[in-house]
Design a protein around this ligand. Sequence first.
Ligand code: ADP
Ligand code: MG
Length: 445
Amino acid sequence: MQFGNFGLDKRLLATIEHLGFDQATEIQQQAIPAAMAGHDLIASSKTGSGKTLAFLLPAMQRLIRNRALAKRDPRVLILTPTRELAKQVFGQLRLLTGNTQFKAVLLLGGENFNDQEKILAKDPHFVVATPGRLADHLNHKNFYLHGLELLILDEADRMLDLGFEKELKQIHTAADHRKRQTLMFSATLDHDQINDFALDLLNSPKRITIEHGSTEHQDINKRFYLADNLEHKQAMLNHFLTNESYQQLIIFTATRADTERLSNELSEQGLSTAALSGDLNQSQRNQIMESFSKGQQKILITTDLASRGLDLVNVSHVINFDLPKHSEEFVHRIGRTGRAGNKGDAISMVGPKDWQSFKNIEAFLKQRISFDQIDGLVAKFKGLKPKKKAVAKKPTKAKATKPAAVKKAPIKRNKKAVFSAADAGDLPILRKNIGKLQDSDDDEA
Ligand code: ADP
Ligand code: MG
């Protein structure tokens, strides 16, 4: 289906033509008319399938077509889990607002609060933000959301993982009126946590699911390699960097410390790399993303900070130096390649410490995964035997905060499935604790 059939304003069609897009993707075909008809949406399709335009186009159309509910309040609010993703969405939005009278602003954590107050005082129509900073501005009464017509949550599940439920509910309450429409988008939205949350925030939502997050992404060639230890992983990485022909490549590590260590290691070998982690200040983060997206480095080393949403067209390979703890993040990490019909390679190393994550990913993808081998670098490690099923603990033993107990339990979204009663408390908070224990890189947004 072509964009011309949606009944979009001709200025929007001109921008799409300028971008060189001809056919709408499947998610765009379904989500654009449904959003234009005023439905709340829980919309999910694979990584790189054009979800951003699927929400930006109906948002623009609504503003062009309808009169504002209030003179000064923002009309559309778009929230994302990380600053880098917010910037990218803002960039796409600016292309669309370019030949209209609508103003859009970007409000990120880590940037100057007073400057943002001044921008808000100019009454923008669109606000793109990370949830923590937006809630700060609401608390300071720097703007009101009574006139908000459209709330869009991109990568909604990740915002919950990062513990932003409170901020999201606060934003919802500040904009709670009959005329508000709410759209949620992600590649992974099919689980209980999101459903419960959606019941609170959305009004009889329509669910659009093109492919489940766990469905095979045909354009991404996945390979898995067993590894004995860190040195072995390092040797395999060197092998891949020498033997794979890549345009640009992203290496994901488990922690910020690993990102730094690996970056130093590769620098010593004379490879020019960019390393992105939540340790850096915002201007450093901006610089790194800018130079990598311009192709000034071929390799980006990062954590799950960059697993979501980033659209870097020249990334041909993703390497998981460590596997992510949450299976969904695997889908998002490898989804940094194979975008918009391009092909990509995703290589994952599986050592003893990754084994539980590997089994979780296998279950999440509903696939038996086999391993590839590199001559001369074959691992002695062949996987761990399945552990005996843990007997469910009594609820009185509040073990959720103890590291040992937390580490043993596989992290599953389905609250009913694996958690003992003691673990089944507030999932986002529990996950945050785990993140801290493992020095992971949750964005503070
Ligand atoms: P997602 O959010 O589903 O991961 P994005 O919205 O980031 O995907 O889009 C992925 C890429 O596809 C972007 O580079 C975007 O510009 C491009 N794209 C979006 N819509 C189309 C389309 N209809 N035809 C071709 N490319 C598209
Ligand atoms: Mg996206």
